[in-house]
Design a binder for this molecule. Structure first.
Ligand code: ZN
Length: 284
């Protein structure tokens, strides 16, 4: 907190408030989590979402301490899920891995694990959603014991073959209704749901079950379906409108910048973080 560079940079940022700005470590993947924490704090960023690959070889308790010592709030752990498989043994492995993620979240001190729920081309989507419910229910006792929330993130339907059988806010709401547990909610990522004509009504339906809000932009044309996300303002997603809907529904948490981009990963990451802060102030 006492880092003078951080104080100076934060106070010179201008009018755009960044007190709800969180960055995912995957956004600045070339930086170690230690360098990322220092750079985010120096740029006036308020929160950090930790991707599990950033924990590799590290003690999650120490990572959490380092995040808080820098003045950042740990927001989420990404990611658990991938509950779907035609093979029961593989589903059991997934449950165990999600339990590990829940323990890591508790050790870091983040309130939630975000779930990319899973899909498999060999499993019908209806069956996949049953397996997802089963997987979440299997890990809920540990989540309860450790007080960790689980956020179902609906993914764009282009990922319905291998990444998630939950592809709309409506589908995520239906699953959270089925599970009906206070620790199970939804992560709204504009990249995945912006196109949906039912988005506003389904965000309203989700209400207090909105646990997280992820922002980036949809580049047109998109050159890669996974690693060509744009910075806010570079594409066609009406981010402030969607933010207004999630906040009207009762969400009051961080706006998390999650940009997978081989183009940006190839650039100087410190300058890139300043661009993120700028884009956040103008387009979120
Ligand atoms: Zn996301």
């Amino acid at each position: 907190m006492a880092n003078p560079m951080w104080v100076e940079r934060r106070s010179s940022m201008g009018s755009a408030p960044a007190d709800k700005l969180c960055i995912h470590t995957a956004t600045t993947r070339p930086l170690s989590i230690e360098l990322g924490v220092d750079a985010y704090a120096a740029a006036g960023v308020a929160g950090i979402t930790v991707w599990r690959d950033a924990l590799s070889g590290r003690d999650p308790v120490a990572v959490g301490d380092r995040i808080r010592d820098a003045g950042l709030t740990p927001v989420s752990l990404c990611r658990g899920g991938f509950f779907v498989s035609p093979d029961a043994a593989a589903r059991a492995v997934a449950v165990a891995d999600n339990e590990t993620a829940i323990r890591e979240a508790a050790a870091i001190g983040v309130p939630m694990v975000v779930l990319v729920c899973g899909a498999d081309p060999a499993v019908r989507l209806e069956t996949a959603r049953d397996q997802i419910v089963g997987g979440i229910e299997a890990v809920l006792p540990l989540a309860e014991e450790l007080g960790v929330q689980l956020a179902i993130e609906p993914l764009h339907p282009m990922y319905a073959d291998t990444r998630s059988a939950v592809n709309t806010m409506r589908s995520a709401n239906d699953l959270t209704d089925r599970i009906n547990h206070e620790l199970v909610g939804v992560a709204v990522d504009v990249y995945h749901v912006w196109w949906d004509p039912q988005l506003e009504e389904q965000i309203e339906r989700c209400g207090k079950r909105i646990f997280a809000f992820h922002v980036c932009d949809w580049r047109s044309p998109t050159r890669d379906l996974l690693t060509d996300r744009g910075l806010m303002g570079e594409g066609c997603i009406p981010i402030p409108q969607i933010r207004s809907w999630v906040e009207a529904a009762g969400f009051n948490g961080f706006n998390e910048v999650e940009v997978f981009s081989t183009e940006y990963w190839a650039q100087d990451q410190i300058g890139y973080i300043d661009r993120i802060v700028d884009a956040y102030g103008q387009h979120v």
